[in-house]
Design a protein. Structure first.
Length: 220
């Protein structure tokens, strides 16, 4: 089960095409970046792959297993949503014990950025502190394929750099699909980029194609 394969994915809202015949694949050891303007359907695409949003048509397979919903993808695909998902009123240390198992749990408990937060509760944390905890919980889950939606939101420049390096390290045993409005980090971290516009996902051969597509005004 070393490849996630998405094909023939289509989604419409009120007769407006959001995604049209989208094809995407991701192997363990790869980071795939999704670029597109706000409202282009990037988050919708990730939600459909994960299984929390429906579609008119989709084909998702991991290895030889067809994934039709969240239950099918348990321990195979995990998803970091844009919004904070940690419950209030529970110590961060307890949440880590609930979410993670054994070795992965130790990795997060001993993390330099997490250790000072263990005796706090979600409502006591800053946006950036919440986000780094959520990112590590999702990355260290049992899933082999990780979908990250706006992971850099609320992070300081130091934490952004840390998350970029952490994802690059963890891709040795996981596959990542990532999208963020902070496109420079997405471009910098990704092994391959795709651009989503008018429902169509186009694989980019070079990041400077973003100028030709009207996403950027000058080359990076």
């Amino acid at each position: 089960m070393n490849q996630l394969h998405i094909d023939s994915l289509a989604k419409s809202y009120n007769d407006k095409v959001i995604l049209s015949d989208v094809y995407l694949h991701c192997k363990i050891g790869e980071i795939k970046g999704l670029i597109g303007r706000n409202g282009s359907g990037k988050s919708t695409l990730l939600k459909i792959i994960f299984g929390i949003e429906g579609a008119e048509n989709k084909f998702v397979r991991a290895g030889g297993k067809i994934i039709k919903n969240v239950a099918d993808g348990r321990n195979i695909i995990n998803y970091l949503p844009q919004d904070n998902f940690l419950p209030n009123g529970v110590l961060i240390k307890t949440l880590i014990h609930i979410f993670l198992k054994n070795y992965e749990r130790k990795e997060v408990l001993n993390n330099e950025y997490i250790e000072p937060l263990l005796k706090k509760k979600n409502q006591q944390l800053s946006t950036g502190e919440k986000r780094i905890i959520e990112i590590l919980l999702i990355i260290h889950s049992e899933a082999k394929f990780i979908l990250l939606d706006e992971p850099f939101n609320g992070l300081s420049p130091i934490l952004k750099n840390y998350v970029v390096s952490y994802i690059k390290k963890m891709k040795l045993k996981k596959g990542f699909i990532i999208t963020d409005h902070d496109y420079e980090n997405v471009v910098g971290i990704s092994d391959e980029l795709s651009y989503l516009k008018n429902g169509y996902l186009k694989k980019l051969n070079h990041k400077n194609e973003l100028v030709e597509l009207g996403y950027l005004t000058t080359p990076m």
